[in-house]
Write a protein that binds this ligand. Structure first.
Ligand SMILES: Cc1cc2nc3c(=O)[nH]c(=O)nc-3n(C[C@H](O)[C@H](O)[C@H](O)COP(=O)(O)OP(=O)(O)OC[C@H]3O[C@@H](n4cnc5c(N)ncnc54)[C@H](O)[C@@H]3O)c2cc1C
Length: 388
């Protein structure tokens, strides 16, 4: 099989890359290792800027018909301070995010790729990737050989493509995520929640539907040494007056999903004739809930960069890839720095308290703060708005 582009991974980053490349007139094949797209360990919250990006991709109306809106984020510090926020209204960006269901959302995007002409091969991965005379030769797990000029690695945090291209950067993270869905009897408002703990752990809550709560705990791996996953979740719930008051503890037979590592990093986002997008290209931490947005954004950037170096039907992929690296670096820089600062901050409860007190001074500050987290404001603009 000979194609223009081979995309590996059928999550948001892979589907949006494949769809965009197909719309440029390229022949695209996408390999997804799972037999079908199912729900993933994820807070399932799409930030407001992500809603705007769906608009640019002409997917917003359909997505909004499928999922409920979230209008803000309530943040609770380990000392019990409450920072109750709503996303600010601006001209450019939606003032709400969406509570997704990843099975529905990921299938929706994958179907859009198929409609754009992408050949999707489910239950298919690669056994080897080789570059021969400027062409990628991918041997699939089912013994097929696919040749392509452009290779896109969209296979998530533990990217095998990044490893094969020697672009994988091992992150020494001790964090893991424990994740549950349970009946929603305690939240009747459309907001996400973030509960911070003294040891730097946190619980994110998304009321995905009127009947269901999606809860993710991010904590140190050591927490599991002497305890079952559900006991660990219940320990943190009990530590928070706010959570305990509403949820008590979860039944011991609640199904808990665990994932580790929760971060990823790459040495570079491009190689010769190849690009990494989404988590495969780097993911800092779920704290600010923007992994899905970043996955779609990086895929969209790759497609825009590739399209810049097209001449009728001939594409200069290498120039497009270099442009992707440059644009992406500039675009992601500020928020990456801020997210690393947040990671440092949440391990220092006294500083968290100071920031919470400052932000809590008035509604405007609270909403600007959540506007920065939701990418409504860039960090620089948002911080200026907070200070002056
Ligand atoms: C606990 C937790 C909570 C989170 N909460 C949020 C949140 O609320 N909001 C948010 O925006 N982000 C959140 N994230 C992050 C978000 O889930 C990811 O950033 C997002 O899924 C990245 O999309 P992706 O397409 O890059 O990768 P993925 O969604 O991981 O998709 C990768 C795809 O590639 C496939 N694949 C993997 N290896 C191969 C292979 N070798 N061959 C073929 N296919 C392969 C996989 O099956 C998968 O379908 C959270 C993450 C964690 C861990």
């Amino acid at each position: 099989m000979k194609v223009d582009a081979i995309v590996i991974g059928g999550g948001p980053a892979g589907s949006i890359s494949a769809m965009g490349l197909a719309k440029l007139g390229l022949s695209v094949v996408l390999l997804e290792k799972r037999a079908q797209i199912t729900r993933k360990v994820c807070g399932e919250y799409l930030c407001p800027r992500g809603v705007d990006l769906l608009e640019a991709l002409e997917l917003r109306t359909e997505a909004e018909a499928m999922f409920s809106k979230v209008y803000g984020m309530n943040i609770y510090t380990s000392s019990g301070t409450e920072v109750l926020t709503e996303f600010p209204t601006t001209k450019a960006v939606a003032n709400y995010g969406l509570s997704l269901n990843r099975e529905t959302f990921d299938n929706f995007l994958l179907n859009k790729a198929i409609q754009a002409g992408v050949t999707v091969k489910m239950k298919e991965t690669f056994s080897s990737i080789e570059r021969r005379d400027g062409t990628w030769c991918v041997q699939t797990s089912n013994g097929e050989q696919i040749q392509g000029n452009l290779l896109v690695g969209a296979d998530g945090r533990n990217s095998s493509v990044a490893k094969s291209l020697s672009l994988f950067n091992k992150v020494d993270s001790r964090r893991l995520a424990l994740h549950v869905y349970f009946d929603n009897t305690a939240i009747n408002y459309r907001k996400g929640e973030m509960h911070l703990f003294k040891d730097g752990s946190y619980i994110g809550i998304d009321p995905t539907t009127e009947r269901e709560i999606n809860l993710s705990l991010v904590c140190d791996r050591n927490a599991l040494v002497d305890s079952e996953p559900i006991e660990v979740i219940n320990k943190y719930i009990t530590e928070s007056n706010n959570l305990y008051r509403r949820f008590k503890t979860l039944p011991s037979n609640t199904k808990v999903y665990a994932v580790s590592p929760i971060t990823s990093s790459s040495k570079d986002v491009i190689g010769s004739g190849a690009a990494l997008v989404g988590d495969a290209s780097g993911f800092i931490d779920p704290l600010t809930g923007e992994g899905i947005y970043n996955a779609i954004r990086s895929a969209h950037m790759l497609v825009s960069s590739v399209s810049k170096y097209a001449n009728n039907t001939s594409f200069n992929f290498q120039r497009g890839l270099k442009d992707y690296r440059r644009v992406r670096k500039t675009d992601f820089r500020e928020k990456n720095i801020l997210n690393h600062c947040f990671q440092w901050l949440i391990r220092r409860p006294y500083l968290v308290e100071l920031v919470a007190k400052y932000v809590n001074k008035n509604t405007k500050r609270r909403n600007i703060f959540v506007g920065i987290i939701g990418n409504i404001y860039s960090p620089a603009i948002g911080i200026l708005k907070l200070l002056f």
